[in-house]
Design a protein around this ligand. Sequence first.
Ligand SMILES: Cc1cc2nc3c(=O)[nH]c(=O)nc-3n(C[C@H](O)[C@H](O)[C@H](O)COP(=O)(O)OP(=O)(O)OC[C@H]3O[C@@H](n4cnc5c(N)ncnc54)[C@H](O)[C@@H]3O)c2cc1C
Length: 427
Amino acid sequence: MNGEDRSETCDVMIVGAGMAGMAAALFAAQRGLTVVQIGLAGEINFASGMLDLLAVHPVAAGRVWADPWAAMARLCADEPQHPYARLTPAAIHEAMSGFMGFLERTGYPYVTHGTTNLEMITPAGTVKTTYAVPHTMRHGTRALADGRPCLLVDFNGLKGYSARQIAMGLAPRWPSLRTVRLDFPGIGGELYPERMARSLELADARRKLARAIQPHLGDAAAVGLPAVLSVSSTLQALADLQDALRVPVFEIPTMLPAVTGLRLREGCEQHLPAMGVRAHYQQRVLRVRHLPEGGWLFDAGDQAVARRIRSRAAILCSGRFFSHGLHAERTGIRETIFGLPVTQPARRSDWHHWDLLHAPGHPINRAGVPVDSRFRPVDDSSQPVYPDLFAAGSILAHQDWVRQKCGSGLAIATAWGAVGACQAFID
Ligand SMILES: Cc1cc2nc3c(=O)[nH]c(=O)nc-3n(C[C@H](O)[C@H](O)[C@H](O)COP(=O)(O)OP(=O)(O)OC[C@H]3O[C@@H](n4cnc5c(N)ncnc54)[C@H](O)[C@@H]3O)c2cc1C
């Protein structure tokens, strides 16, 4: 390490800045722990904006549940090693409400249908079952539910988003959908959702957009737009459009990476430091050492070591293969930072089923770091590898968040569990 001394100390080091890392940093700060957080954006950049809690169980049967809590009870009975089985429903509920409460304070509230799942439109023209959606999608879930006449708008130059395709996909269920393709006010050529959203931070751009839509309204009782209604002023942008058009307006997620993920990331990156989290979002952990007296010493930076952090405990939220928390090699799957044991198929040839669409999923998708009831990574004899290391999020073993439709819920709930156990250790 060169130049000025960049040593820091803290109660807990959060390794990762995806959904689990952000939630863990939030919950730890709320509990009064001193927190350092290191990690790049991770999968949060790809978030559709929908917060899945649990929609499918059993995966092999593809059963979709309207009630995620009933699904969870069945899942935990059938799969007692699933990370959700380490938590009570009350704790999971508290975690979700706590995280959504935080998002509301960042100016980007989420809505649920009470305790049941809701249905939302996807950019492919299908319907997805999820638990919570950004407030900008609220009227979309309602319009889909009651099938009211609705106008879907898309824009010349916006690739990967077709109002017509969405309407055709939904036609059997929602025949009263109409579509229109417009020029996006003020931007020509190829359109990128982030640029469109940044332009709609300005009231004048919103007025022009409403004026472009107005002549096409007809009998539409609601208007659906791609998710570009600003990055940081969604409440105002939505209100302005609805005032101008005099009908409810809603967003439909665009293809990924999407503004919906950017909003979550920017909201967390701006508001967590304000709560005392010392965040280094352009860096990663390069080396880590467990200290003989307990606690951890981390070297972090971009390429070279830029800071050294000493912490009493650590929470690992480094994600799976995409985010480099896990690495697949010829000899097996490796946890990349602490060298933790990874639950995985015995042989590489067993990672995937020969049938790509194998209904129960591929064994590799359930590989990951096994934890005990206090979210401490464990060895082959189910003993904690370290007393002061906890893990949360998609890196955990015995879950298949993609097929179970539980990505964000699992990240947030296990972060809650890991932080609670970490605080109990520190106290
Ligand atoms: C395409 C896509 C669509 C999705 N859609 C949905 C959806 O509609 N609904 C839903 O609920 N969920 C969705 N998800 C899932 C959800 O985003 C993930 O399940 C969830 O974000 C997992 O969070 P995580 O924090 O555990 O891991 P990740 O988001 O993968 O984050 C891992 C973090 O660890 C960090 N890291 C790795 N190595 C290091 C290191 N050496 N040092 C420091 N940091 C490190 C990374 O930089 C990153 O910040 C989607 C995910 C993807 C990829």
